[in-house]
Design a protein around this ligand. Structure first.
Ligand SMILES: Nc1ncnc2c1ncn2[C@@H]1O[C@H](COP(=O)(O)OP(=O)(O)OP(=O)(O)O)[C@@H](O)[C@H]1O
Length: 851
């Protein structure tokens, strides 16, 4: 029977297909017959052209894709990217077997300017204060400040309604609605299944079980979760790129943020990694966890209003407000607690990062115990803070459950009884009560039905309302994360725009609001005009003056040595010149940035970047920049040889080797790598801060001479006087009694000549004593000769080598026949042995000094 059925169905399907094909071929045939010959030729030509064109298009597309894949692989291998004409960058990231192309658009300066108002001049009503102290003034929580902060961040995360993020939010919303709709359909289906079961309708019952709604609902739920993660990562991408653009740019904000401003403490790492992630995740989660209950609340409230009347609705609404205000009043300040927790997490993490960065130094000192103490102390502080939060959460949860679960249900019964006790106010239910057209039994059944319906509604409503109320806690935690991210961005804006204004109207001396000097870029030389050298304090504190006023000028080809005792401010001059520290007064002129006509700084602590060996030599250039400069690997090899590092590519396994270079290279090698960079970039000016302290003195000389040969004007910061010979000028700091004086002099001037002459005079005086020493030696030799003759035999004075031999022989002889030999023969050579070489050495020394 079953077989017959399937065969039947099979033939029916074939028939239908045949009929379909027949029908359409008929139509096409008829149309063709109706068209003229020329139209047919034209159509054939058009078809042939389009086939040819699309084949060519396909071929080109395929070729482009292949080229792109090839380029991607190459760029990934060399760790570099493409600069596009509009300032954006194209990078390739590994994806599956190949690479995928990502275009990164830099945030435009105009966007930063537009946002500055939001972050530096918040509306007065938000209570965020002025730009001087961004958000630390206001406690993070559910207040207007939170609203302002959140909306400001939203303007970055959702820049346009046509952006990808808006699309994601929209589709997320659609799926959320779909889920609400599906839960309604499922509820109805539930009812139908029960009805069919009770009615004994097996076919309909099974059909109800097998309908594909379950699969669709699961798909919807999974998609909602997926879209939530997509929204979160899209928000995070926007914010991270924005922050990176503001953090890493020519204004050196990454240095100034922690060294001059201090608004975000030790650094931005915890803010950018942890707090940003938490903020984006909870913002995306809140959208879905608040969206559905909100829709439910609106729908169910309307239905209850219809069945229970206006009084019940007023009661319901006042209940919400009352509950929300009680919960808000009695809830601990979760926002603030979260913000402090974030800070403590950051401190703990940065201690670990510090240990990793300084592992070798700590290991040499054997400082594990001490470091452990620091780490445990920080962790204890974090742990007790978190325990405190959990204790507060328990109390809050008890209160929350009591109100939302028990008081609300009692209140619900009260509202459901309204149509019975106050029928005039009881909506449709009350009207039914008052109509009183049915008998007593009928009225009770009606009341029962109404009550059950209302209770169902009330339960759903309580669920939705409860979820909204539970979200109060999530919201205040979100407020904590929001405040952290807002603080970071507003501090970055403040550093970027240099927006330091004194609140009292009076500037503290040498604070960041007291910067009056000028820095001029593009000058062919280095010039300081009445510039105080000041070590800055963290805003709003003032700085510490190291030198009152410095004036000097260095032109191309004039090399300068800045010397002086430790901590006097030698590196400080380099920091001012590089723009790390502000020019508080006067004028600083310098060449433009790194480049052929520019200036390059070699810092005191050598820095090695992550990447290949090639990247170390060409830093801060990338591989593509190197190509654009038309430099080849042979050039790099030559540069390494000049820096006495020619063996590195062979030793490390080629230019593409990637290693933790800071551990692989020795101290001296790191410094020589700095010189290799200098010789690669060949800037016109270079500032070398203690750049050869770990390099042997013969190589040091060669490095200096090579740089000078290449036409690099050197400004060296060093305590080593031996470097003087490579320079034209010397700036000596730490002069005078208080140590804040300085002298700027030419090396090899009249004064220096006088000094040298004084030293020569000393030498001559010592040489004059040489004749005296010679006479004395003659006397001693005469005396000795007399002693020898007295012993009965005159021996020539033994040479140094002979002495060594004699000594050994003497030793063995003395072991063999200690009693036989008398002291005279053996003792005499040892006397001469000491005397002669000593006098010879003296002679040599004196001659060397004289020469
Ligand atoms: N980031 C900073 N913020 C504030 N003050 C600083 C900072 N860095 C250094 N200082 C202070 O500035 C002063 C000068 O430091 P600088 O590094 O210029 O000394 P230096 O003469 O180069 O010493 P050395 O020969 O030891 O390198 C020091 O007293 C130091 O404490």
């Amino acid at each position: 029977m079953a077989v017959t059925q399937s065969t039947l169905r099979h033939t029916a399907a074939e028939d239908a297909l045949a009929a379909f094909v027949e029908k359409w071929s008929d139509i096409i045939r008829k149309r063709l017959r109706a068209t003229s010959k020329s139209t047919r030729i034209l159509a054939t030509l058009a078809l042939a052209t389009s086939i040819i064109l699309s084949a060519e298009g396909g071929r080109r597309w395929w070729k482009n894709r292949r080229d792109e894949r090839e380029q991607g692989r190459k760029l990934v291998r060399t760790n570099s990217w493409l600069h596009n004409k509009d300032g954006s960058r194209t990078i390739y990231v590994p994806y599956k077997d190949g690479t995928t192309k990502v275009v990164i658009n830099n945030t435009k300066p105009l966007t930063f300017e537009a946002h500055r108002r939001l972050f530096l001049n918040p509306p007065r009503v938000s209570g965020l204060g002025d730009a001087t102290v961004p958000s630390a003034q206001t406690k993070p929580g559910l207040n207007l400040a939170f609203l302002h902060q959140f909306l400001s961040l939203m303007s970055i995360m959702l820049p346009r309604w046509s952006s990808k993020e808006a699309g994601l939010l929209l589709s997320h919303g659609v799926f959320l609605m779909l889920r609400t709709y599906l839960s309604l359909v499922v509820a109805r289906l539930d009812g139908e299944i029960v009805r069919d079961l009770v009615a004994g309708n097996g076919k309909a019952f099974l059909w109800g079980l097998w309908c594909g709604l379950g699969g669709f609902a699961s798909y919807t739920n999974a998609t909602i979760k997926f879209l939530e993660s997509k929204v979160s990562i899209a928000f995070r991408t926007r914010l991270t790129r924005y922050i990176h653009d503001l953090y890493l740019n020519d204004n050196l904000n990454y240095y100034k943020l922690s060294n001059l401003d201090g608004g975000v403490g030790q650094g931005a790492d915890q803010f950018i990694t942890q707090d940003l992630t938490l903020f984006c995740a909870s913002a995306a989660n809140l959208y879905s966890s608040l969206g559905k209950p909100f829709v439910d609340l609106c729908v169910f409230n309307y239905q209850l209003y219809r069945s229970l009347g206006p009084l019940a609705l007023t009661g319901l609404l006042s209940n919400y407000f009352l509950t929300a205000s009680i919960l808000r009043r009695l809830s601990p300040p979760f926002g603030k607690l979260k913000a402090v927790e974030g800070r403590k997490e950051g401190d703990f993490r940065s201690l670990h990062a510090r240990l990793i960065a300084n592992a070798e130094e700590v290991a040499f000192y054997g400082g594990a115990e001490m470091e452990k103490t620091f780490l445990n102390k920080e962790f204890r502080s974090l742990k007790s803070w978190m325990e405190g939060i959990y204790m507060l959460k328990i109390r809050y949860n008890i209160l929350e459950d009591f109100i939302l679960k028990y008081s609300w249900s009692a209140y619900g019964y009260l509202l459901s009884s309204l149509p019975v006790f106050l029928p005039a106010w009881g909506g449709i239910g009350g009207a039914a009560e008052m109509a009183n057209s049915v008998g007593k039994g009928g009225r009770e059944r009606n009341r029962m039905r109404e009550f059950i319906t209302n209770k169902r509604l009330m339960l759903s409503l309580a669920d939705a309302g409860g979820r909204m109320m539970y979200s109060i806690k999530d919201l205040s935690e979100l407020a904590g994360h929001t405040s952290r991210v807002y603080t970071l961005i507003s501090t970055l804006h403040r550093v970027h725009a240099n927006a330091y204004h004194s609140r009292t109207g009076q500037n503290e001396l040498y604070s960041l609001s007291d910067v009056q000097g000028t820095i001029q870029k593009g000058f062919d030389g280095v010039r300081f005009e009445h510039v105080p050298v000041v070590a800055p304090g963290l805003w709003p504190q003032g700085g510490e003056e190291l030198l009152e006023s410095l004036s000097m000028i260095i032109r191309s080809g004039e090399h300068l040595l800045i010397s002086g005792p430790n901590g006097v401010g030698k590196s400080a001059i380099a920091r001012i010149l590089a723009g790390l520290w502000p020019v508080y007064r006067g004028l600083v002129s310098r060449p433009k940035n790194i480049g052929q006509d520019g200036i390059m700084f070699l810092p005191q602590r050598p820095y090695l970047s992550p990447g290949t060996l090639r990247d170390q030599v060409i830093y801060p250039d990338g591989h593509l920049d190197m190509r654009e400069k038309r430099k080849s690997e042979d050039d790099l090899k030559r540069v390494l040889e000049e820096a006495r590092l020619g063996y590195l590519p062979d030793r490390e396994g080629g230019w593409d080797t990637r290693k933790e270079w800071k551990d692989v290279l020795s101290g001296g090698e790191k410094q020589r790598m700095g010189f290799a960079r200098l010789l690669y970039h060949e800037p016109k000016y270079a500032i070398i801060d203690e750049g050869t302290s770990a390099v042997s003195s013969d190589v040091e000389g060669l490095l200096y001479e090579t740089c000078k040969e290449k036409g690099i004007t050197l400004i060296t910061v060093s305590t080593r006087a031996s470097l003087k010979k490579y320079h034209t000028y010397n700036l000596i700091l730490g002069q005078g009694e208080s140590g804040d004086g300085w002298e700027f002099e030419r090396i090899g001037t009249e004064r220096e000549k006088l000094q040298m002459e004084k030293e020569l005079q000393d030498l001559r005086q010592r040489l004059a004593q040489v004749d005296e020493w010679k006479r004395r030696r003659g006397e001693i030799e005469d005396e000795l000769a007399a002693v020898w003759t007295g012993a009965g035999e005159s021996l020539p004075a033994p040479s140094y080598t002979e002495v060594t031999k004699t000594e050994t022989e003497t030793e063995s002889a003395s072991i063999g026949s200690a009693s036989e030999d008398e002291g005279t023969e053996e003792e005499a050579p040892s006397y001469t042995e000491v005397e002669k070489p000593e006098s010879e050495t003296e002679d040599a020394e004196v001659q060397a000094q004289a020469s």
